[in-house]
Design a protein around this ligand. Structure first.
Ligand code: FAD
Length: 368
């Protein structure tokens, strides 16, 4: 819990339940001089500054969180799934925006860019998808042998192996894949059955109006069941001498495609890159880039890794994005933080000086 709170993190169902800062009711924090600070346990922040929010996201630089009281929800009585395929990215983004601005609260809503759609292993599933309300038919139509074959591919890192030779020249691979257009969206709703049925119906209407092809629930169920598997594929990539990493940023709706294109262009010369859009709000959304690259020597790989981060975060700041959405700042992003703090960095430094004058706690994190 301490790391989750200190890094201002987000679970996969944040569109409905919020990030950790939305769940925190009160905290106990050990300060560097040994005192224990207890914030008030109240239904909403009391008057004056909200001290919970001073320590949430402070990445261990101001105190050690030793206890937290959080809001919790009952286990949902129902869960519904839905997927769409949009002819291009802009329409999919508009669909998320309309759904959130219509006050729908999907537990998860994820739109994959064309490259991520291509690689997410459901391209064939999508082609076979049935009409609206087709339920699981698209999954059922895949034979048992076909499923086993795909699982074997997953397990042994099918795509990482296939991509190795191309990752020394990622520009070509990115250019080839940029011709892909369709984008997949997966949605889940959870809560009382009457409410989830209504939310699903409204989402289907919005999706259809914006040109989304109804893929039934199969691809969304597939995501739900496999959503933690990516970590295993990452270790296969590392074993093959590749490096992979992720960058998550956010911005308002009217700047989202601009930010996406700017960062994609900055990363593409150095790494194979794809993205998905998740953690959505009525006012904007986060973009989660995944990249993979290689190099002939360790030095070349390290140099390339640094080039990717520098290019991507420079482009992000230039395009008006936030340098992180839920992974935190740490040491890696500290030098870009000042650019987005709107002049507040001296205040943060002053607070640090008052609370931790000897600089005991997490030196260097958040640029402190
Ligand atoms: C493969 C991978 C997937 C990830 N996926 C997600 C994701 O889906 N969503 C998401 O939000 N994040 C994700 N993250 C990043 C995420 O922010 C952190 O990994 C995680 O939230 C931090 O929790 P932790 O317990 O691992 O903390 P740690 O990594 O141990 O610590 C994180 C920071 O908090 C500080 N800290 C730890 N405990 C305390 C405490 N008690 N009081 C004060 N400071 C403290 C540490 O000093 C450190 O600076 C992912 C990371 C990886 C590697």
């Amino acid at each position: 819990m301490g790391g989750w709170l200190a890094a201002r993190s987000a679970g996969q169902l944040s569109a409905r339940y919020g990030k950790i800062e939305d769940m925190v009711v009160s905290l106990q924090v050990a300060l560097p001089d040994g005192r224990l600070l207890e914030t008030l346990t109240a239904p909403h922040p009391p008057c004056g500054p909200d001290w919970n929010q001073v320590f949430v996201g402070s990445e261990g630089t101001l105190g050690v969180i030793t206890r937290a009281t959080l809001r919790v929800w009952p286990y949902p009585a129902s869960r519904r799934f839905q997927a769409f395929r949009f002819p291009e990215l802009g329409r999919g983004l508009n669909a998320i925006r309309e759904m959130l601005q219509a006050d729908l609260r999907p537990a998860a809503i994820r739109l994959y860019d064309p490259v991520d759609t291509f690689f997410s292993g459901t391209a064939k599933t999508m082609e076979q998808a049935g009409p609206a309300g087709a339920g699981e038919s698209d999954m059922e139509r895949i034979s048992h042998e076909e499923r086993r074959r795909r699982e074997r591919k997953d397990r042994f890192g099918y795509w990482p192996r296939r991509l190795v030779p191309y990752l020394l020249q990622p520009r070509l691979l990115n250019r080839y894949l940029s011709r892909k257009r369709p984008c997949k969206m997966v949605l889940t709703f959870e809560g009382e059955p009457e409410l989830t049925a209504l939310e699903l119906q409204i989402a289907q209407e919005i999706g259809a109006r914006l040109g989304g092809r109804d893929l039934g629930e199969g691809p969304a169920r597939h995501w739900w069941e496999k959503r933690y598997k990516v970590s295993y594929a990452m270790s296969v990539a590392f074993d093959l001498g590749l490096f992979v990493d992720t960058i998550e940023v956010a911005t308002l709706w009217d700047n989202l495609e601009n930010l996406y294109q700017a960062m994609r262009e900055a990363i593409a010369p150095h790494a194979f890159v794809m993205a998905h859009f998740s953690h959505a709000y009525a006012q904007g959304c986060s973009i989660y880039f995944s990249f993979g690259a290689s190099g002939r020597t360790l030095e070349e790989r390290l140099k390339r890794y640094d080039q990717i981060w520098k290019g991507a975060l420079d482009a992000c700041v230039e395009a008006g994005g936030t340098i992180t959405h839920h992974h935190g700042v740490g040491l890696l992003k500290a030098k870009w933080l000042e650019a987005e703090e709107g002049g507040a960095q001296p205040l943060l430094k002053g607070l640090k000086q008052v609370i931790d004058p000897s600089g005991l706690l997490n030196p260097g994190k958040l640029g402190l």
